[in-house]
Design a protein around this ligand. Structure first.
Ligand code: NAD
Ligand code: IPM
Ligand code: MN
Length: 370
C-alpha cells in the first residue's frame, strides 16, 4: 500500500477552520480503510505566506504541491493585504498555473433534499437542480496582460484565449457529460454577441462536439441571460455548464445559493481528463472565499470543504467508494426528514450548529457507513 501525500494549504481567515474539518474527515476515511494511508503536509499560501515570507506563494510550496498526490486548499485573501503587486489571490492564481489545472469542476446539487426548504428560491423552482459548472481556470482575463492605473488614470486587462485552450476544456466537458446516464446536455455560456474570445469559444466548442461527440447535445446561452435563468428556471441548465474563467467564477457563486449557501459547494481543479491523463494534478477547494466577516467565531459552514475532500478522493486517488461515503455522511447530517437524520445547520443556513459540531457529526456518520 503506497502512502498518498496530501498537501494542505489552509490560507487566510476561515481557511484554517474549514481545512481542519476536511482533514479530520479524511483521517476518518484513513482510519476505517486499511488500503488508504495519507501523509499530510501543511504549507502557507496567500496572506499567511506574504506575512511569513513576503510572497503569496513560495517555490517550496509549489514544489511540494507538484510532488503531492492531491492538494486541499481553504481560501486566501482579506482586506489587510492591499499591495496590488503582492496580493494573496496572486498566490492562488500562480498555484493553479504552476499545476496546470485548467479545468475547474463546480458541481451544483443539493447535498441533502432537506436543504430545499432553506433555498432562497421557491421549492418548485429549486427542486431537481443538478448541473456541474466546468470553468476554464488558467486562461482568459485572469492571465492576460494587465496595466495598473498607477496614477495615470488608465488601467487595462486583456482577455486572451487560444483554440487549444478551448478545445481541451470542450473535450473535458463532453467527457463529463458522457459520465451521466443518459449522457447530459452541455450548455456553453459566453458573450458571443460582443466578445471576440466568446466567438472563438463558440466556433471551437461547436467543432469539437460535431466532430468528436455528435451524439451529445450542445446548447448555447449568453451569459447575461444565463444568470437570469439560474434564478428563474435553473433546471434548464441541468447537465454540464461550460464556460470561461471569469464567467465561471461569477456564475458558480450565483449557483451556490440554489441549495442555500455559498458555504456548501465544493470544487476540483484538474490538469486533464480524469482516468485518461497521466500524472493528473488535482487541487480541491470550496468555491467560497476567506469570509473575513465570520472568521474565528467557529460558525463557518465546513460542508463545501468537506465535500471538496470527497472530490479529492474521487479524482486524485481513485477512491470512489470512500468519496461517496463522505457525501452520504454529509447528506445524513443535513437531513432533517428521515429517522436518524440530524438536520444540523450553521448560521448561513439559519441554524446554530458550529463548525466543529457539523464536522463531528459527519465523522460519526462516516464511521457508521465505512
Ligand atoms: P467570501 O466567499 O469570502 O464571502 C462572501 C459571503 O459568504 C460572506 O458573507 C461570508 O461570510 C459568506 N461565506 C463564505 N463562505 C462561507 C462559509 N463556508 N460558511 C458561512 N458563510 C460563508 O467572498 P468575499 O467576501 O467577496 O471575499 C473575501 C475574500 O476572499 C477576498 O479577499 C477574496 O479575494 C477571497 N476569495 C478567495 C477565494 C479562494 O481562496 N478560493 C474565493 C473567493 C474569494
Ligand atoms: C475562486 C476565487 C478566486 C477566483 C480568487 C480568489 C482569485 O474567487 O476560486 O472562485 O476568482 O478564481
Ligand atoms: Mn470566486
Amino acid at each position: 500500500m503506497s502512502v498518498k501525500k496530501i498537501v494542505v494549504l489552509p490560507g487566510d481567515h476561515i481557511g484554517p477552520e474549514i481545512v481542519s474539518s476536511a482533514v479530520e474527515v479524511l483521517k476518518t476515511v484513513e482510519k476505517k480503510c486499511s488500503d488508504l494511508k495519507f501523509e499530510f503536509e501543511e504549507h502557507k499560501i496567500g496572506g499567511a505566506s506574504i506575512d511569513a515570507y513576503g510572497t503569496p506563494l513560495t517555490d517550496e510550496t509549489i514544489k511540494a504541491c507538484l510532488e503531492a498526490d492531491g492538494i486541499i486548499l481553504g481560501a486566501v485573501g482579506g482586506p489587510e493585504w492591499t499591495n496590488p503587486n503582492c496580493r494573496p489571490e496572486q498566490g492562488l492564481l500562480k498555484l493553479r498555473k504552476s499545476l496546470g489545472v485548467w479545468a475547474n469542476l463546480r458541481p451544483c446539487t443539493f447535498p441533502s433534499k432537506s436543504l430545499l426548504k432553506y433555498s432562497p428560491l421557491k421549492s418548485e423552482i429549486a427542486e431537481g437542480v443538478d448541473f456541474c459548472v466546468v470553468r476554464e481556470l488558467t486562461g482568459g482575463c485572469y492571465f492576460g496582460e494587465r496595466t495598473e492605473d498607477n496614477g495615470s488614470g488608465h488601467a487595462m486587462d486583456t482577455w486572451p484565449y487560444s483554440v487549444e485552450e478551448v478545445t481541451r476544456i470542450a473535450r473535458l466537458a463532453a467527457w463529463l457529460a458522457q459520465t451521466y446516464n443518459p449522457p447530459a446536455p452541455v450548455t456553453l455560456l459566453d458573450k458571443a454577441n460582443v466578445l471576440a474570445t466568446s466567438r472563438l469559444w463558440r466556433k471551437t466548442v461547436a467543432k469539437v462536439f460535431k466532430e468528436e461527440f455528435p451524439h451529445l447535445t450542445l446548447k448555447n446561452q449568453l451569459i447575461d441571460s444565463a444568470a437570469m435563468l439560474m434564478v428563474k428556471s435553473p433546471r434548464t441548465l441541468n447537465g454540464v455548464v461550460l464556460t470561461d474563467n471569469l464567467f465561471g467564477d461569477i456564475i458558480s457563486d450565483e449557483s451556490s445559493v440554489i441549495p442555500g449557501s455559498l458555504g456548501l459547494l465544493p470544487s476540483a481543479s484538474l490538469s486533464g481528463i480524469y482516468g485518461q491523463t497521466e500524472n493528473l494534478n488535482c487541487l480541491v477547494e470550496p468555491i467560497h472565499g476567506s469570509a473575513p466577516d465570520i472568521a474565528g467565531q467557529g460558525i463557518v459552514n465546513p460542508v463545501g470543504t468537506i465535500l471538496s475532500g470527497a472530490l479529492l478522493l474521487r479524482y486524485a486517488l481513485n477512491a470512489h467508494k470512500e468519496a461517496a461515503a463522505i457525501e452520504a455522511a454529509v447528506e445524513k447530517v443535513l437531513d432533517d426528514t428521515s429517522i436518524g437524520g440530524r438536520g444540523l445547520y450553521t448560521r448561513d443556513l439559519g441554524g446554530d450548529a458550529k463548525t466543529v459540531g457539523i464536522t463531528k457529526a459527519v465523522v460519526e456518520e462516516l464511521e457508521k457507513i465505512l
